[in-house]
Design a protein around this ligand. Structure first.
Ligand SMILES: *[C@@H]1O[C@H](CO)[C@@H](O)[C@H](O)[C@H]1NC(C)=O
Ligand SMILES: [Cu+2]
Length: 610
């Protein structure tokens, strides 16, 4: 069995042309140093690299041609690719990525979403938290320690939304899921992205100054797809290439899904004529669960096994977007092509459908106990675990929009929130009624520097408020080794939005998920909890690093804070996290950390006395 798998994987590798030497079948004892060059470059879709694309489809597939969905727009890329280069390595490999920033005036950092950077805290890639933003070049150097399906992305401003992201897969020589599939091809990694037909900065500023919506114009699958918003835009969609996933009849294939969405675009994933067996999420194995569809939120990953047990043909893999992907009916298709099927598009129609396909749905949007609905708190981890009944520390974190005089948007003297008409009022995403501000120097690598606007969980913050708008570097402090529980509440007082929560440096167990109504408050959830109304799943709870919080409800997560450092936690929607729906988890002290690497760049304010 084992030999069979390796041979197949080797064949797949050979068939797909030039690959990085580290993209290989994993064998115990064979660990390597894997080097990558990431040039961050400002770029454009349909550039001269595309020659006569989209008129000539073959031209769209040329190297450095970013065809996307055939709409012309500026973007930011790594190596003129969308998505950027995939890193596919084996557990224990040393990953060295040289990031060269060639932007005219912007800086960058890259976060390795899913790697916990244990003993390599300095490479987590959060500007002003773990490092200074990169001006020139920076070498990331860390072991591929957490196996599974992960991804990397820019953590600076809106750069992820502009195109700086890619897959990061860590395979294992002894895969605990080995009996669940026959094929695990590097080509079966699917990175999903919501796509705008303007630069993300245009959209962000337009939205924040009430001049534009914040809706997506479509979904791309590994950077490919057709323009599903053409009708809304009054144009004719051009013919751009679709992603093709080729499968071998009769075999089971491990397909790795990554959501790199930036707006709030939960995506329903389903495959015509096939069910999906979920075997892992965010790199952690689960007891396989077979479903008809699943919903994937920004930052999440799902590994699914797809059995090619249907007649040889072409089938749609469907991606239907919700919330911000709803108004312009964002739908995308990839072709599931059986070997031997004609090189054609499936005959079934592909049109937007925001309802779940018949049968079960895993990870449904803003619902926890509907019929045929299975949440992350319902599934079970493949590796058994029993959590202690008590925790050392508990934090309540409320996510919501607030009607406040956010100083980025309003001027209390000239145009306060309540002084403009309703259509000019925009609400501010906040965490515990605060907006997170980054320190001016990274506390991890410059521990001697003070954090100017530091505020701690549970402490008075009024000194950081102007009018009704409060902003500070919000800190949750825990001692090394303490067990922590986070009660994440999506209050939902305004709108019907969920928030995908992401914690750096750790996985957590999803021990409860619930919904109180279309809106709730932290207070209400606390009372429910005090009355014994929130049962924790302490046995075999699924481990994740990104999880949705249902609107008007809560998600409870637990973990052992055994990784010292400064870890950002935030809503994974770019437009929310970038205005401060975030906080910092500080675990342990400076004595628990490795020494700052020699020559590590420094930064900070320059404000001499006068
Ligand atoms: C905003 O500022 C104005 C002017 O100071 C004040 O009247 C108002 O209460 C504040 N808050 C909101 C939500 O408008
Ligand atoms: Cu959010």
């Amino acid at each position: 069995m084992r030999v069979f798998v390796l041979t197949l994987a080797a064949l797949v590798l050979a068939a797909s042309g030039q690959k990085h030497e580290c993209e290989r079948p994993c064998i115990a004892g064979d660990t390597r140093t894997c080097m990558y060059e990431f040039n961050i470059v400002e770029y454009h879709t349909l550039s001269r690299a595309c020659y006569d694309c989209p008129n000539n489809l073959a031209d769209c597939k040329r190297e450095e041609c970013v065809a996307a969905d055939g709409v012309s727009r500026p973007l930011l890329t790594v190596n003129r690719q969308l998505p950027g280069p995939a890193i596919q390595v084996c557990e224990g490999d040393r990953v060295v990525v040289d990031v060269h920033n060639t932007q005219f005036s912007d800086t960058d950092t890259i976060h390795w979403h899913g790697q916990h950077m244990r003993s390599h805290q300095f490479y987590d890639g959060v500007p002003f938290v773990t490092q200074c933003p990169i001006m020139g070049s920076f070498r990331y150097d860390f072991p591929a320690a957490t196996p599974g399906t992960h991804w990397w992305h820019s953590h600076s401003g809106l750069h992820r939304a502009e195109g700086v992201f890619g897959a990061f897969v860590v395979r294992q020589p002894e895969d605990p899921l080995l009996t669940a599939y026959e094929i695990d091809s590097p080509d079966h990694v699917i990175v999903l992205h919501d796509w705008m037909h303007k630069s993300a900065m245009d959209k962000f500023l337009g939205r924040h100054h009430s001049l534009l919506d914040d809706y997506a114009s479509g979904i791309l699958v590994n950077g490919k797809g057709r323009n599903s918003a053409a009708e809304f835009e009054g144009v004719k969609a051009v013919n751009t290439p679709l992603e093709v996933v080729t499968v071998t009849p009769g075999l089971r294939h491990r397909v790795r899904l990554v959501s790199a969405t930036s707006l709030n675009c939960p995506i329903i994933v389903s495959v015509d004529g096939h069910r999906l067996t979920i075997v892992a999420t965010d790199g952690a194995e689960i007891i396989p669960y077979t479903t008809d569809s699943l919903v994937i939120y920004s930052g999440e990953r799902f590994d699914v096994v797809l059995e090619a047990d249907q007649p040889v043909d072409n089938y749609w893999i469907r991606f239907n977007g919700l919330i911000d992907c709803g108004p312009f009916e964002s739908v995308q298709g990839a072709i599931l092509r059986y070997e031997g099927a004609p090189e054609e598009v499936p005959t079934a129609t592909l049109q937007y459908d925001p309802t779940y396909p018949p049968g079960t749905v895993v990870n449904p949007l803003n619902s926890v106990d509907g019929e045929n609905e299975v949440t992350m708190a319902d599934l079970a981890s493949l590796s058994p675990s029993t959590l202690p009944p008590e925790v050392d520390r508990q934090f309540y974190l409320g996510f919501d929009f607030s009607r406040v005089n956010n100083s980025l948007l309003y001027n209390t003297d000239l145009y306060p929130y309540n002084g403009v008409s309703a259509e000019w009022q925009v609400n501010t995403p906040q965490l515990n009624e605060l907006n997170f501000v980054f320190p001016s120097a990274p506390p991890l690598s410059q521990p001697e520097g003070a954090i100017p606007r530091l505020c701690r969980y549970g402490e008075e913050v009024s000194s950081y408020c102007e009018s009704d708008f409060c902003s500070c570097t919000y800190l949750l402090e825990v001692a090394l080794g303490e067990t922590v529980e986070l009660v994440l509440v999506a209050e939902g007082q305004i709108g019907d939005e969920n928030h995908p929560y992401h914690l750096h440096g750790n996985k957590f167990h999803v021990v409860a998920m619930g919904k109180l109504g279309s809106a709730t408050t932290v207070q209400e959830v606390m009372e429910l909890d005090a009355a014994g109304g929130i049962t924790r799943k302490l046995q075999d709870a699924v481990e994740k690093d990104t999880v949705t919080i249902p609107d008007g409800g809560f998600t409870v997560v637990r973990f052992a804070a055994d990784n010292p450092g400064w870890w950002l936690m935030h809503c994974h929607l770019t437009f929310h996290s970038e205005v401060g729906m975030a906080a910092l988890l500080h675990v342990g002290g400076v004595e628990d950390l490795p020494p700052v690497p020699t020559g590590f760049p420094t930064c900070g304010d320059f404000m001499p006395e006068i």
